[in-house]
Design a binder for this molecule. Structure first.
Ligand code: SAH
Ligand code: SF4
Ligand code: F3S
Length: 454
């Protein structure tokens, strides 16, 4: 299928679907984005969408496969839906996303409640799959991976908001040995930059204040002569107040990008740079293709070029064969780089990955947990120190909503992606305003709104 093909067969047909569709999303931002795409596609084909799961005749579950915890949650959900179906709900259940791509047979075999599975490159098949399920046809699977599908012609439906996600590329060719994504999302392909610029403009017109460009590995973005740095520059020039992106790979980092970020006020001074491990032998086994020294040198170069930049990261503890000493190398690197935030995961063996084929998952669960807990504690100390630097300073923040802990306070984010909370009855969601930081915790800045002249 090419990028210029019609939205889906039957796009012009009169609405004939009685049941309303509800889409539920697990996993990463890419999945959130895809769920929005799916809603647009179905809306164009005459389906009625609902935000209320209870009134949905058609339930679509967009799944994640990155770690076992994602599986467990979705399997529990499917257990409930099977019980519901046995009681005669008659509801159509379709599974989308990464797990559907990866475990199509298992899902259909284990869960009679599942009417069809549909992988991330096959969403144009959804209207047909739903119709077949509604008319009692055979259970279906659409799981072809494509080298071309970018859903270029479908502008995702968005709920009103502050931040809009834009997928700039799909798939991943890096094959880190622990990771399932290259198998669930297929080969890397980049979208036309003009489409991305147009989508950003539509977000601005709709009142959005921030756009986040998404790709599994944005360093590889390339469309004709446009590389990722050139794309960022074009998006910056659209004039939305904040632009973020996730994630670059520490290998082949586009240095030119750093100057582009430094030059544009609306490109946020925050970079997510997934480390995974601080030990060279483990990095090699993970197929990350950089060493700890190269990572350190890159972090320093980034800090020199973009003063005050915030670096965040992802870390895996307990990769096969990881010794205590190798884990300590990770701890040491985390201390040296002093990330402003880190997501720390226990290694989770994924079926079909290179690591699962080559290496026994031999680090005991208790050791993995201990390593994660220790790293989380160290990272909290680093973050607390990082946040203390803001005490007494005034920071520009973007208001996202109310604080979960205290609904009388606003929850906002600094350019560095740090959460700030404050009170002010005159503020609304989506406002950019200035907050003086009076108190800090490892995760939050607490302050008061101030007016800055000029
Ligand atoms: N493409 C993104 C990562 C996507 S997955 C990137 O490279 O930045 C997000 C994170 O999940 C990864 O960075 C990694 O830390 C973690 N992860 C992926 N596979 C995992 C596994 N099998 N076990 C534990 N954590 C994993
Ligand atoms: Fe997975 Fe590595 Fe690709 Fe990220 S870069 S999605 S960790 S294979
Ligand atoms: Fe995202 Fe999970 Fe797929 S992290 S890419 S939804 S495996």
């Amino acid at each position: 299928m090419t990028t210029t093909s019609p939205v889906a067969a039957g796009a012009q047909a009169a609405p004939k679907h009685a049941g309303k569709v509800h889409v539920q999303t697990y996993g990463c931002q890419m999945n959130e984005y895809d769920s929005e795409l799916v809603k647009t596609l179905l809306d164009k084909c005459g389906f009625e969408l609902t935000a209320d799961e209870r009134e949905a005749g058609i339930l679509l579950i967009n799944t994640c496969a990155v770690r076992e915890t994602a599986h467990t949650r979705i399997y529990a959900r499917l257990g409930d839906l099977t019980a519901e179906k046995k009681r005669g709900s008659g509801r159509v259940v379709g599974m989308l996303g990464c797990m559907s791509q990866n475990l199509q047979d298992e899902l259909l075999e284990k869960f009679p409640a599942v009417d069809f599975v549909c992988g991330p490159d096959s969403y144009r098949d959804l209207p047909g799959l739903i119709d077949r399920a509604r008319t009692g046809g055979e259970r279906g699977a659409a799981v072809e991976l494509s080298e071309y599908e970018t859903y270029e012609d479908i502008a995702p439906t968005r709920v009103e908001g502050v931040n809009g996600w834009i997928a700039i590329m799909r798939g991943c060719d890096k094959f880190c040995t622990f990771c399932v994504v290259p198998y669930t999302r297929g080969r890397e392909r980049s979208r036309d930059p003009q489409g991305i610029v147009d989508e950003t403009q539509r977000l601005v017109d709709a009142g959005y204040k921030q756009v986040t460009l998404l790709g599994q590995n944005v360093n590889s973005y390339r469309h004709d002569d446009t590389d990722f740095a050139a794309l960022m520059e074009r998006v910056a020039e659209v004039g939305i107040p904040r632009v973020r992106f996730t994630s670059p790979h520490p290998r082949d980092f586009p240095m030119h990008l750093l100057e582009v970020i430094a030059r544009h006020d609306n490109l946020c001074k925050q970079i997510h740079l997934p480390l995974q491990s601080g030990n060279d032998r483990v990095l090699r086994k993970m197929n990350r293709k950089y060493t700890r020294d190269e990572f350190l040198a890159l972090a320093e170069r980034i800090r020199e070029t973009i003063p005050g930049v915030a670096l965040s990261t992802d870390i895996i503890c307990g990769f096969p064969g990881e010794t205590d000493a190798e884990y300590e190398d990770t701890v040491d690197l985390v201390r040296r780089v002093a990330f402003e935030s880190a997501y720390t995961f226990k290694y989770s063996e994924r079926k079909g990955t290179i690591a699962a084929k080559l290496h026994a998952d031999d680090v005991p669960e208790a050791v993995k947990s201990e390593r994660v807990t220790n790293l989380v504690r160290i990272q909290r100390e680093i973050q607390h120190r990082w946040n203390r630097r803001f005490l007494g300073k005034t920071m520009r923040v973007l208001v996202e909503g109310t604080s979960k802990k205290d609904p009388t306070m606003w929850r906002a984010r600094t350019d560095h992606n740090v959460i700030a909370v404050f009170r002010d009855p005159a503020i609304r969601v989506g406002d950019l305003c200035d907050v003086r930081v009076d108190e800090v915790t490892p995760n939050t800045l607490i302050g008061e709104r101030v007016e800055i002249d000029g």
